[in-house]
Structure formats: C-alpha cells, structure tokens
Ligand binder design. Structure first.
Ligand SMILES: *Cc1c(COP(=O)(O)O)cnc(C)c1O
Length: 398
C-alpha cells in the first residue's frame, strides 16, 4: 500500500484478514490466556507469537496489533510500532531502551514539560545526565555532544511556544556524533511530518491527542527501523507495557478519520490565527502554519500538514487580564490535552519550563509574555472567532 495516497492508506491500514475475519474492523480481543490443544502447541506458541499469533495477553492480541500495524504502515521507514499506555509512557519506554547509567541525553529546551521532568527525575535517578539545548541554535547543540551522549530528544513545533527547529539537520548531527535521535511527533503526526524518512531514528507520538481524536483515551506509540524496533519491543515486554484492546479499538476508530479532522482543523486554525494576527491586543501569533509567523519557513520546507494547535501572546498583558480572557471564552473548554473534536484553551507562560531559551519569544518586549494555547476543534470557525472577540473585550476591560 505504499503507492497510494495517505487518505487511502489510512482507510486500509492494519486491516489484515487474519485479524479482522469476515468483518471490517478487528474485533475487540479481550483475553489474557491462550488455551492450547496440547503441550506441543504450548511450546510452539512462543515462536508463532513473533509471526503475529496470539500467545499471552501481555504480548498483545489482534486488536492491538492492527493498530500498531496501521501506524507502521503510515510511517515510511518503520519496521514496527510499539504501543504504550500513554504518550509519556512511550517516551519513558524509549529512553529506558536507549540509555544506560553514565549516558548523557540531550533534550530540546521547548520539549513537553513531563519529558523535561523525566530527564531531571526518573533518568537522573538512574544515573543518566540530561542537558537541555536550544533547538534553534544548531551550533550550540552540536557543541554539547560528548562521548557519553547516547540520545537526543527533538520536538517540533516546541511545546506551548511552537518554535520549529531544523529536524533533519539536528537528527543528522546526532547521527554523525553516534547518538540516537528521538522525535516527539505528536503535533504533526505521520501525515504532517515523516520523521524516519527525515533522518530521525525513533518517532514517538501521544495517540491520546489526534489519533484518539475524541478526548476519551490515553495511549502512546514509538515507531522505528528493524533494529531499534526489536529493542523497543523487548524492553516494553520487560516493562510489562500493554494497552487495552478496547482502547486500541477506539484509537483505530479515531485513526480512520484523522486526515479529515486534521484538514478541517488546519483550515480553521489558519483562519483564526490570521484573524488574531490582525488584532492590536495581540503581540505575536505562534502558529508556524501562518505565513510570516515564527517557524513558518521551516514548517513549509519540511512539513506536509498541520493541525489546530497554536498559541498567541497578548500585548502588554497581566496574568490576571489573560486569565479573564480565558474565563470569558464560552466555546473553548479550559483544559490540558488537545487534538480532540472540541476546542480547548490553556494559559501559557512557559518561562518556568525553560533552561536555555528565552521567553517571551524572539526578543519581544518583556511585558508581552502572557499567552494562551488554543486547540481548534471541529466547530464552525466563525463561531470560534466571535467567541474569541467577546473574550478580547473582557481582556480589554480587565
Ligand atoms: C500530551 C503530550 C504528550 C504526552 O501524552 P500523554 O498521553 O498525555 O502521556 C507527549 N508529548 C506531547 C507533545 C504532548 O502534547
């Protein structure tokens, strides 16, 4: 199925007849135990599990395999995909596969905050040293490598502040230095950025966001070429990582409409971001899909799609005024996460989650530091704009 468009691949991905039987979707296989005919079949079971046959619940069943297989077929260059119970579990599973005591891990300064905390918490406890780098400064990044640098974590666009780094360049520098590169590709997903094809070694996603797409499940994935995939799979087994077949079925359902939702979200986000960019109350719109916004050129060069997640920063605001704006919104739920069918908003002031990058971004006025992140859902964008307008009125009155 390599010769067809992404939309066609998404419809057909993972639907092997051996797993679906005579129906369209793989049934929800609720099972821990496989019963064998005799001892010979029992002894044979472990071997045939490698070929995609049911052996024991912790090693997955056709429902989970269908999802993993679908994700693999959407990621050019992937030999396989491991599923994890959350996006953070996926990042932890990858790091616990790659790193040993004494190793150094480089983490993008604008990475998802729990990823940063994993470096300074869990990994530090295990004797791994985490160093943060500015992903917009490839020279300083290259200079950080030493003989102990084993892995690099990239994320584009960056969490909350949405900077776009040169992923192919940073990945190639890592490879030159003998380190494994890991990309958190949750924002773009496989339709918007082809990480392995662009030189990254492991692509991680929080399926909780766009693949689930309906704010009702937690899951993560890691896809890689043959050697790394085998290592990831083995470590996930040792860690006892498994996702429920019910959640896998939900994620597969979400996946089937991923391209449609992303297309609509991207179109709405561009309309809304363009509108906000014209407003005098707003200092910066941090939406790399928007022409003229920070990161747009690299986004246009490297990405094949976008989504509805972007941020903006108020001009000369206070935290209180910004919070009043958020509280005034009626169509945006106040809450973490993103990538669901419904619009969400969270306050943004990431200076507490940065070690080497500056905030506000791009050397802006120090007063222009309070922002929000919007996750644009499937509502009519005109209604969302009207809602943002009335909340801006509340901001002005604050
Ligand atoms: C949400 C998120 C994660 C973590 O996913 P969970 O399923 O919530 O653990 C990782 N990376 C990014 C960029 C995210 O937005």
């Amino acid at each position: 199925m390599d010769d067809v468009a992404a939309a066609t691949r998404i419809v057909n991905a993972g639907r092997r007849a051996a797993w679906t039987g005579a129906v369209v979707n793989p049934p929800v296989w609720r099972a821990s135990t496989h019963l064998y005919q005799d001892t010979a079949a029992l002894f044979e079971g472990r071997r045939t599990n490698e070929e995609g046959r049911f052996f024991y619940g912790r090693r997955g069943a056709p429902t989970q395999w269908a999802l993993a297989d679908a994700l693999t077929s959407l990621e050019p260059g992937a030999a396989g995909t491991v599923l994890y119970p959350s996006g953070v579990a996926a990042i932890a599973g990858v790091m616990l596969t790659l790193l040993r005591p004494g190793d150094v891990l480089l983490v993008a300064d604008n990475a998802y905050d729990p990823t940063r905390s994993m470096g300074t918490g869990l990994l530090s406890d295990l004797g791994v040293e985490t160093r943060f780098y500015d992903p917009l400064d490839p020279k300083a990044y290259a200079a950080l490598f030493c003989e102990r640098t084993r892995a690099v974590l990239l994320e584009a666009p960056g969490s909350l502040s949405m900077e776009v780094c040169d992923v192919p360049l940073l990945a190639s520098i890592a490879r030159e230095k003998g380190a494994t590169s890991v990309l958190d590709n949750t924002w773009a997903g496989p339709l918007g950025f082809q990480g392995l094809e662009r030189g990254v070694d492991v692509v991680v996603m929080a399926l909780t966001k766009h693949v689930g797409g309906h704010s009702d499940l937690m899951m993560g994935s890691a896809s890689a070429g043959p050697q790394l995939y085998a290592q990831l799979r083995e470590r996930a087994q040792q860690l006892g990582n498994i996702v429920s077949p019910d959640d896998a079925a939900l994620a597969l359902r979400g996946l089937r409409t991923l391209h449609l939702r992303l297309k609509q979200e991207t179109e709405s986000a561009l309309t809304i971001a363009g509108h906000l960019a014209e407003r005098p109350e707003i200092a910066q719109v941090l939406c790399p899909m928007l022409p003229g916004a920070p990161g747009h050129e690299l986004w246009q060069r490297d990405f094949t799609g976008g989504c509805g997640l972007f941020s903006f920063v108020f001009r000369g605001s206070s935290a209180a005024a910004r919070n009043r704006f958020v509280d005034a919104l009626r169509l945006f739920g106040i809450g973490y996460s993103w990538g669901g069918f419904e619009s969400l908003v969270v306050p943004v002031e990431p200076s507490g989650y940065r070690s080497v990058m500056s905030w506000p971004p791009g050397g802006a006025d120090g007063d222009d530091r309070y922002g929000v992140r919007l996750s644009i859902g499937l509502e009519d964008p005109a209604d969302l704009i009207a809602d943002l307008e009335q909340a801006l009125d509340a901001w002005r009155e604050a």
